[in-house]
Design a protein around this ligand. Structure first.
Ligand code: GLU
Length: 295
């Protein structure tokens, strides 16, 4: 059991591929920080993408963590067992008018943008370089939305970022810790509008990465979110969701990314940096620590 002052850490991989060196760094930082601070270390299996996640990859996560000498509280939280919770939160956002059904297909989005983008006025892109959703259907009447949903058109629920920002009274920010074991955060202003109206759920899946992460971090009372730098800017959307849902804000630490031999970001398809492959090739857990810069 945790008291209000017990730090709670989590490692939250998706079982849609094999863990690589970047995951090892995240898992080790979290587990060691939890131990160092007398806190808890939780494992969360982020398997909402039922088409890409498999129980074999999930087993691989357990095997790799055990091999690294990491222990986690049983049972881990598996997101696929919590769709009803995400749906309940989504329903709150629908009732509050903070999400809208977005009907444009990828092709329609592309066509709309190329029609509206000019050499002088570039269409806005998110921090990952993806063009913002045009948001025309934000303006649809309730009646028109009902009609299109009833006619079976596919859609996604998108967050109305401007409406959500208008609901909160403070300037949105997060606390970024300065390193492992630090309790000295710096305040980072959050700009969720950089992302445009992100997808929070799909017609057939009542959640998305952002929604389930925020719901789970609150449900698991996570105090420290320690994860890769690639999710630094995503924190802005997650802080906005926490504010409008009345959830507490964890502390954040976004660690360096482990680079592949060619200096590029690691991916789950690059087998030479996969933990299982390295283990089978004779690497030891101590080698892995060195390879991720943990001396
Ligand atoms: N499931 C995400 C991933 O594997 C991590 C989510 C998070 O740490 O917030 O990249």
């Amino acid at each position: 059991m945790s008291t209000p002052s017990t730090p709670v850490f989590r490692f939250a991989p998706s079982p849609n591929g094999e863990l690589h060196l970047g995951h090892a760094l995240s898992a080790l930082l979290n587990a060691e920080w939890a131990e160092h601070s007398g806190g808890r270390f939780l494992l969360r299996i982020e398997d909402i993408d039922l088409a890409r996640c498999t129980t074999e990859y999930e087993q691989g996560i357990y095997d790799d963590l055990a091999w690294l000498g990491i222990d986690w509280e049983r049972p881990p939280r598996r997101q696929s067992e919590h769709f009803a919770e995400y749906k309940a939160v989504l329903d709150r956002l629908i009732a509050d008018g903070l999400v809208y059904p977005a009907f444009m297909s990828r092709g329609e989005i592309r066509a709309f943008i190329s029609e509206h983008e000019t050499p002088k006025k570039r269409w806005p892109r998110d921090p990952d370089g993806v063009p913002h959703y045009p948001g025309v259907d934000r303006e649809l009447s309730a009646r028109e939305r009902r009609r299109r949903i009833a006619s079976g058109e596919p859609y996604a629920w998108r967050l109305d970022v401007a409406a959500a920002l208008a609901r909160i009274s403070t300037t949105l920010a997060w606390s970024e810790l300065l390193g492992q074991y630090s309790d000295n955060p710096e305040r980072v202003e959050a700009h969720p509008e950089q992302w445009g109206d992100v997808v929070l759920a799909r017609k057939d899946v009542p959640t998305s990465y952002h929604l389930s992460v925020v719901v789970d971090d609150a449900a698991q009372k996570i105090t420290h979110v320690v994860r890769g730098r690639d999710l630094y800017y995503a924190t802005a959307i997650q802080r906005l969701l926490q504010e409008i849902l009345g959830y507490p804000a964890p502390l954040y630490f976004h660690h360096h990314l482990v680079e592949g031999p060619d200096g590029r970001k690691l991916s789950k398809s690059e087998k030479d940096t996969g933990l299982r492959r390295l283990r089978e090739g004779g690497a030891t857990p101590a080698d892995i620590r060195r390879m991720v810069g943990l001396g």
